[in-house]
Structures are given as C-alpha cells and as structure tokens.
Design a protein around this ligand. Sequence first.
Ligand code: HEM
Length: 372
Amino acid sequence: MRRVDDSRVIDTLLRHPAFADRAVLEKALSGRFFAPFVHQEVVCGPRFEARARLSRAALAGVAAETVRGAADEACAHLLGPRGVPSLLDDVRRTVARATVRIALGDDLLDSVAHAAVADIDRGIKMIGRPDMQARRALGAALEGVLDAPERWPAGSYLGVAREQALALDLGERVDQVASVFLATGTIQVSDVVTHALVALAQTPAARGATDEEVVAEAVRCWPVNSSITRQATAEVIIDGRRFPRSEPVTVVPASLPRDATFDPRRTDGAAGWAFGVGPRACPARRVAPMLAAAVLGRYRALGVTIEEGYAHDRSLAREVAARLGPGPAPPRTSFARRARSRAVFAGVCAESYPLAFLDGLSELRRVLTERA
Ligand code: HEM
C-alpha cells in the first residue's frame, strides 16, 4: 500500500476518475465489518451508481427539521442524569434511535437496529467478535419494511428517495439501509459526538463555542475514517509522480501535517480530508454534522464529566467512563477492565486482518494478473 502525504497530489488523485475504486484490502475489511450486509463502498460499476444515487437522493433530500426533530425525540426519550461506563455506548444508543427515525420514519426497529449497529461498531473498532444473529435479525426485520413501499413515511430517507430505492432489488435495499443509513449513519455520528464531548471535558477554553463549531473541529481533529484508499484503473501521472494501474494507495488523514490543538473557534477553515473529495466522497457532509450538533447540544445542556486522565485518541477503542448531569466525576476505569479490553482488542486484530487478507486474496490475484 503506497502512502500519499502531499496535499496537492491527494486532491488531484481523489478527484481523478481513474481512482474511483477502493483498494482490495479495504474492501475485504469492509466486507467483514458489515457482513452479512454489503456496503456501498465496496461495490462498483452500475451497482455502485444505483446505490450512490439512493444515498445522494436520501441524504440531500431529507429536511433539516426531520433531522433535528429525530435528535430531540431520541434525547428526550433516552437522556437523563446517570453514570455510564462507556460514553461512546451511551451516545451510540441515542444516535441509533434518531437515525432509525430519520431513515425509516418511526421507531419500530429501534431495538433490533441498535443491537446490530452496536455489534458492527464493536467489530470495526476491533473490540468484539461479530454476533451474526443480531445482524440477521436486523436483515429480516428490514425485509418486511423495505418490501412495503406504500408504508414508507414521507420525509424519511425512504420517503424522499422512494424512486431511487425502488430501483434496487429487495436484497440490495436491505444492504443499503442496514450498512449505510443505519450502521454508517449511526457509527460516524456517534464517534464525532463522543470525541466532541471528551474534547470539551478536557479543554475548558473551548466551552464557549457553538455546537456546530465544536462538531466541525472534532471532525478535523479526529477524522472518523482511519484511511482513504484507492486503486487506479489505468496508469496515472500526477505532479510528476507515476501511479501504476491497480497499485493500492492510501491517505491517512490523521497523519497529515495539521494543527493538533482543539480550537473550535479557529478561522483558518482547515477542514482537511475528513469527508473525502471527488466521486467517492461522503454523501452525508450536510446531514451528519447537523445530526451530530443536535445530539451534542442535548448532552452539553445536561452536562458531561469524564474520568480523569483519559488518553484521548482517534480510535475510541478505549472506553471512557462519564457522568451525565450533576454529580462527582466518574471513577477511573479499573486496570482489570482496561486489561480485559486490551486483550480482546489484540485477539480481534490478530483474527480480522489475516481473515480479511484471505477474503481479498482472489481479487488481489486478479488485480496483480491484470497489472503483469
Ligand atoms: C461526521 C460524520 C461523517 C464523516 C466525518 C464521514 C466521512 C466519510 C469519509 C472520509 C468517507 C470516505 C470518502 C472517500 O473515500 O473519499 C465517507 C464515505 C461514505 N460515507 Fe461518510 N462520514 C460521516 C457520516 C456519514 C453518514 C451519517 C452517512 C450515511 C447516513 C455516511 C455515508 C457514507 C457513504 C455511503 C460513504 C461511501 C461513499 C462511496 O463509496 O462512494 N457518512 N464518509
């Protein structure tokens, strides 16, 4: 995997039509993370175009009031003063409820969706092995909803992108709603809100900033995607550098030169590559920060204190204990709990990467043969 660190090259490369496909290993990892659902990010050709049309129509068409209303309802239903062993788990529970409402227009699948999405998130963060039963239960529940378009509520993702959803067969609709609208939709937003709450708790000087400013700065400081990968369909020369056909390239947003200080009031507009650019950029650039800011505002109004001495990093694999509402700071997560989760993390990493490599082997062989 060739790493690209030069901003000018990254910009041209990500916008270049020959670099429209993700790298083999990333696709194999995505296949494992979202299984049994197939994410839009791993498909290509006409199948990708159809999925991308649905994402764009839903995410561009949903009204701001729907997003804010869903966030308000979820927070009113779930938020209250208490101690929580994992702030991320708490935030994810809230964001999942709001996301189900935005996507499907009601809360009927709230519990089944939350169970599957939390499981997918633990797999992505390598802190849990997949519970396929929870994921299949979501798939089965979605089949019933997605096979009845006459009942899709106006204003939901399904309602605003009805035509694009109906262009997909039922299996593909289930894959799209489960992996993109529910799983990615919840996971990315809850990561951003959790980063924002941890950063605010640790940076008193930032507390005067608006929710929108805090979200934008959290996305800049802790990019939700660890890497953006591509492989070219033809040889490309950018700025004098040769990129052979099919060579995997990667951009690691968190490692690019940037100011690491968390300062939501910054005015240099240094958003970086947090949403990607070009044909495969994130279609939720408008909706995701809106939902994140609405949920963040409710947690800030309640008040959030986190355990002392928490080492904040991008992955959020390390749990952070928190208190919601007034009261003493939560006790530090015990050494035994930390040691247990480190052991699970090491075990899941040792299992996931080789298995993803095996999954990707046949495509890798095909790509290497094409290059030879
Ligand atoms: C603040 C939260 C979010 C951030 C920072 C974010 C960031 C990103 C990034 C960096 C990519 C990869 C772009 C690339 O490879 O060039 C991406 C892709 C994607 N995101 Fe987001 N995302 C967020 C929230 C969401 C949400 C809420 C949804 C859906 C409801 C979503 C749907 C997608 C999809 C479908 C893709 C794949 C696009 C493709 O393959 O063409 N994202 N996102």
